[in-house]
Design a protein around this ligand. Structure first.
Ligand SMILES: Cc1cc2nc3c(=O)[nH]c(=O)nc-3n(C[C@H](O)[C@H](O)[C@H](O)COP(=O)(O)O)c2cc1C
Length: 308
């Protein structure tokens, strides 16, 4: 009998739906038992988000400052798992605060040490650098990253920016004005996530994960968009400057800090609507000379390897 644990956090339920589909074949197997552990912050983040809270979560999120979590069930902590599925979302180019807090907890050290981990990401579209941060956090608890599956909103960047904001502030995953596409990961992609069960099942039963990521890549578990790789990298540098500045202005919800959060919000809009298109033009102009590096980066970010 093999034991599998799905660790997840979700506000809308999207990520749990994805994770459940990924492990469907495992749950249907008589040789596998699947448990779920929902990460629960002591003070959970409201969903739908208030505008102020949404932007005020930025510094702690980006700087990976953990929040307090409720205790994990002792039944889960006492069991030895053969495989952990870590289903997480991205907040500000970083693993969400609840997931970051879990990965930094003593409980994660117990659950993940020497254990194969498959990350399952459900986000808008910018996850590359967040996954690099997760690789470090997994390494810190001596877990072994063996697979990565990424589901994103496939609409163009600016459309998904508009639709996700409406979703996050209304709590309703529906078409804005009846004109825009539905926000988030499409229902089709969510339902088709069951296809990832087969290669995972094979690796789990054989206790051999060597080819798992390659097998997952063959069925489109990860698609790397080189333009978004560039934007993500640049934005991380700028977000770092903003986060370090704002964190010095006070604690969440403090008046002085909220003033700076307001500036950051305006900057973010400017960056998305004016800087990103310029980066896109630069990307196109430098595409050919940088093709070698772009291909190398694509291969690396699709893999579960970690830069030394
Ligand atoms: C505060 C906040 C920041 C976010 N930042 C990003 C981001 O940087 N990149 C991205 O692709 N998605 C981002 N998202 C979208 C989430 O990754 C995720 O898709 C969405 O919140 C739905 O997840 P759920 O399963 O928790 O409902 C952000 C969401 C929130 C709430």
């Amino acid at each position: 009998m093999k034991n599998v644990l799905v660790v997840y956090y979700t506000q809308s339920g999207q990520l749990l739906e994805i994770a459940k589909n990924v492990v469907q074949d495992l749950e249907n197997s008589n040789d596998i038992s699947v448990d779920y552990h929902q990460v629960k912050p002591v003070n959970d983040y409201n969903f739908p988000w208030g505008k102020k809270d949404f932007f005020d979560a930025f510094p702690e999120s980006f700087l990976q400052i953990p929040c307090d979590l409720k205790k994990t069930d002792s039944e889960v902590l006492l069991k030895k798992y053969d495989l952990v599925i870590l289903a997480y979302q991205i907040w500000y180019l970083t693993p969400s605060i609840p997931i970051n807090s879990f990965l930094k907890s003593d409980e994660a050290k117990i659950l993940l040490k020497d254990t194969p981990v498959i990350t399952v990401i459900g986000c808008r579209n910018m996850w590359i650098q967040a996954q690099e941060k997760v690789k470090v956090l997994l390494n810190n608890v001596q877990a072994k990253l063996v697979g990565n599956i990424v589901l994103i909103d496939r609409h163009i960047n600016h459309v998904s920016v508009i639709t996700i904001e409406k979703w996050m502030f209304s709590g309703k995953k529906e078409s804005y004005l009846g004109v825009f596409p539905k926000p988030g990961v499409s229902q089709k992609d969510i339902e088709e996530a069951t296809k990832f069960g087969k290669p995972i099942l094979k690796s789990l039963l054989q206790n051999n994960y060597q080819n798992l990521q390659n097998n997952l890549l063959k069925i489109d578990a990860v698609k790397i968009n080189p333009f978004l790789v560039l934007v993500d990298k640049r934005a991380n540098v700028l977000f770092g400057k903003w986060a370090n500045l704002i964190i010095k202005k006070g604690k969440p919800e403090e008046k002085k800090r909220l003033k700076w959060i307001g500036y950051f919000n305006k900057y973010l809009k400017f960056a998305i609507w004016f800087i990103a298109p310029i980066v896109f033009i630069v990307f196109l102009l430098t595409y050919l000379p940088f093709l070698g590096k772009i291909k190398k980066d694509q291969k690396y970010y699709a893999s579960v390897n970690q830069k030394q």
